[in-house]
Write a protein of this length. Structure first.
Lengths: 44, 201
């Protein structure tokens, strides 16, 4: 969706176990939910 | 042709605001996600920043990653934070851009705005302001921002395409989007996608 919106030079960082040990951990595990840091640029 | 959304955007917004109102009022309550200083440490924020942040500025933090892991912001940059919540990421950004930079946090929840504004005042930050608004219609002028940041907020919007279009509008040419959010490795069933309660629990 970032590309479709016109962003370029997109980078995605490594996964982070955002919900590990929290109440939402079981649902997060069910759908393999992790946090990521994204970087994208608007073209010049 | 417009794309059908899985849930009603206004109803979802109401549900999300109620959830984060709870976090603003009772940040040490029990939620399905972690909050506060322990979460910031868990997500890999710079320990020196986390350690010296006043409790009022970090206790309602509820991010899902670390947008600054994609690179520190530069001195003098103008930053917009989508869904600024208790303001923690804005305060981190304010330190990185320095007094010659500017940070605008946008949030739709009054209780979060009260909290973040009070924290900014207590910290004596003159380069941060918080504006009420929704991230599908940002209260920011065209091309103003060098950087847009966000943390765990875009996933809570029904119309993500509209959000990214709006980010494009407020970024200057060559500007960048640095955000953290969740993504699932397994497909979520269509019925679950239509259940608003599951978006926030």
């Amino acid at each position: 969706m970032l590309e479709e919106s016109g962003f370029v030079q997109i980078d995605i960082g490594p996964p982070v176990d955002t919900f590990g040990g929290a109440g939402g951990e079981s649902k997060a595990r069910l759908f393999e939910v992790f946090g990521y840091a994204f970087l994208a640029h608007k073209p010049e | 042709m417009s794309e059908a959304l899985p849930v009603d955007a206004v109803a979802l917004r109401k549900e999300v605001s109620a959830k984060y109102r709870d976090v603003a009022v009772n940040p040490h309550g029990t939620f399905h996600f972690h909050t506060g200083r322990p979460l910031a440490r868990h997500l890999g924020y710079d320990e020196s920043v986390v350690a010296r942040m006043p409790e009022s500025a970090i206790e309602a933090f509820a991010g899902v990653g670390n947008p600054f892991s994609q690179g520190a912001l530069n001195r003098g940059e103008r930053v917009v934070d989508l869904g600024s919540g208790g303001g923690f990421d804005c305060f981190v950004a304010a330190e990185q851009v320095g007094p010659e930079g500017r940070v605008v946090g946008v949030d739709m929840t009054d209780e979060m705005l009260e909290r973040s504004r009070a924290a900014a005042t207590a910290m004596g930050l003159g380069n941060v302001e918080f504006r009420k608004g929704i991230i599908e219609e940002l209260p920011v002028e065209d091309g103003w921002a060098d950087v847009v940041i966000s943390n765990g907020v875009i996933n809570l919007c029904a119309d993500k395409r509209r959000v990214f279009t709006e980010i494009m509008r407020v970024l200057r040419p060559g500007g960048r989007l640095q955000f953290a959010d969740i993504a699932n490795g397994k497909e979520v069933p269509a019925a679950a996608l239509r259940n608003i309660d599951l978006w926030t629990d």
